[in-house]
Design a protein around this ligand. Structure first.
Ligand code: MN
Ligand code: MN
Length: 475
């Protein structure tokens, strides 16, 4: 739809007020096609990458296909301008870079997203039989409203490692004809007492047990026949025994696929938008520039981290040294060069923002919320209470990022995580800020965040992609 021109004299309020328009109102046919193409490749990514391991695999595959060299398989590689490299860290996190013409000591342009999402993990000894049903005991991962995870189809993903180190990858419930799994809930007829409970305890963590079978093994002398049949099936198919669960990483996630939402198909509903809706445009942005003719000025880096939803701890999370080690490889090797690289680098912490939801208007400050359809969100600070734990980007840096976006006609909006004292949260921004970099939270607005079916707008995904390209090119 083209913009309609008007001959009216500019009003003073148009000049002085800060107004945010709906992005759909000003896009042309060519842009509309690009929006749809990006949405389509993104939905494929969502359906193929339901866990951090699957995302790391998929991202590595896309990078390799676009000529990025896996530096783990090369020793003593000499980095030259234009060279494209990546590292896959323990199969759960990826860092990619395009070497620039300027030395890394002059700073890198960095996008940092995360590829883990809230889910149900199996406990170490999860399988039990009760009343002739086989069930898996779980430990939830990330911030979830537990009651949302009952009575939906779940799929099983992850790895078993045997004593010889052989890895067996599991993915059940994603292909047509696959069985799925589910967490049961109480029928309303018997839920009088349950319905009186606070929502935080209406379904408790220990009640998120997954229904996995009900048919007994044919042996009258055995006690736990249903559990035995289940293990027999797993053993025949994957060669595993009950003990193998104790070292495994098995994750249960919503089994449904990403879908367009609404009559106008302007939205995408899916599990795992947080933070794959920032990871995917970040990946597409670095690839778009890497495939250009000339090497970029500054070195470009994309970090796809793990463990953000549990606080970025662990050796695949953003608090580990992986990111610093990677940047060290881009520098000459001297300690001072690396520190110069840190303090001269600019980063966008590519993470989602809570979109204003009219149904729950009470928790949002309308003036400072992000809105579906109004573009990429700049979130100057996160944190909770009195900005506790916030990295709070400097005014100079926020203005610089805004100028880059304006120059490249990328529509942006501001966002804050709800009203003051209504809650809060954080991203990986503060860990990069600790290194002395400039860093700003910047990503896609999301409805129903951390639920099994989150919703974003295709136009915001597109604006985020355009914003990341502009930032990598110019920051
Ligand atoms: Mn996130
Ligand atoms: Mn999150």
């Amino acid at each position: 739809m083209a913009k309609t021109s008007s001959n009216k004299k500019e009003k003073l309020s148009d000049k002085l007020f800060f107004k945010q328009k709906n992005c759909w109102e000003s896009i042309d046919v060519k842009t509309e096609k690009e929006v749809e193409e990006l949405a389509s490749s993104y939905k494929q990514f969502l359906n193929n990458g339901k866990t951090e391991r699957e995302c790391a695999d998929y991202i590595s595959g896309v990078l390799a296909k676009n000529g990025f060299i896996n530096i783990d398989t090369k020793t003593k590689i000499k980095l030259t301008p234009g060279m494209k490299i990546y590292q896959n860290i323990r199969g759960k996190s990826v860092i990619a870079a395009v070497i620039g013409k300027k030395p890394a000591t002059e700073g890198c342009n960095i996008l940092g997203a995360h590829i883990d999402s809230p889910r149900l993990d199996l406990k170490q000894n999860p399988l039990y039989e009760d009343s002739e049903l086989a069930l898996f005991d779980t430990h939830y991962y990330g911030g979830i409203k537990k009651y949302q995870w009952t009575t939906i189809p779940l799929s099983m993903h992850g790895v078993f490692i045997n004593e010889a180190g052989k890895k067996t990858t599991i993915r059940i419930g994603e292909e047509p004809g696959d069985p799925v799994f589910t967490v049961t809930d109480l029928l309303p007829h018997l839920a009088k007492e349950q319905m009186e409970k606070k929502a935080s305890v209406v379904v408790e963590g220990e009640d998120l047990d997954i229904l996995a079978g009900s048919r007994p093994y044919n042996d009258k002398d055995e006690k736990e026949k249903v559990k035995l049949l289940l293990l027999d099936l797993l053993n025949k198919k994957y060669g595993i025994t009950e003990k193998d669960f104790t070292s495994a990483e098995i994750e249960f996630v919503p089994a449904f696929k990403a879908s367009d939402v609404g009559f106008d198909r302007s939205l995408i509903g899916s599990y795992g938008h947080d933070d794959r809706c920032c990871a995917w445009p970040a990946l597409q942005a670095i690839i778009a520039i890497a495939n250009g003719k000339a090497a970029p000025g500054k070195t470009l880096v994309c970090y796809f981290s793990d463990k953000e939803e549990t606080g970025s701890a662990g050796n695949t999370g953003a608090r580990s040294l992986n990111f610093e080690n990677f940047l060290a490889m881009l520098n000459s090797g001297s300690e001072i060069d690396l520190k110069l690289c840190f303090s001269h680098s600019s980063m966008l912490s590519a993470d989602v923002n809570a979109a204003f939801d009219p149904t729950y208007a009470g928790v949002f400050d309308k003036k400072n919320s992000s809105y579906i359809g109004k573009g990429i969100v700049l979130e100057k600070y996160t944190g909770s209470g009195g900005k506790s734990g916030a990295s709070d980007a400097n005014a100079e840096y926020v203005a610089k990022v805004q100028a880059i976006l304006n120059k490249n006609k990328v529509q942006w909006q501001c966002g804050e995580l709800g009203k003051v004292d209504k809650g809060g949260g954080g991203t990986i921004a503060l860990y990069a800020a600790n290194l002395g970099m400039d860093v700003l939270d910047c990503g896609v607005p999301v409805l129903s965040m951390h639920s099994p079916f989150e919703v974003i707008s295709k136009i915001d995904l597109y604006m985020t992609y355009k914003g990341y390209v502009a930032f990598l090119n110019e920051a």
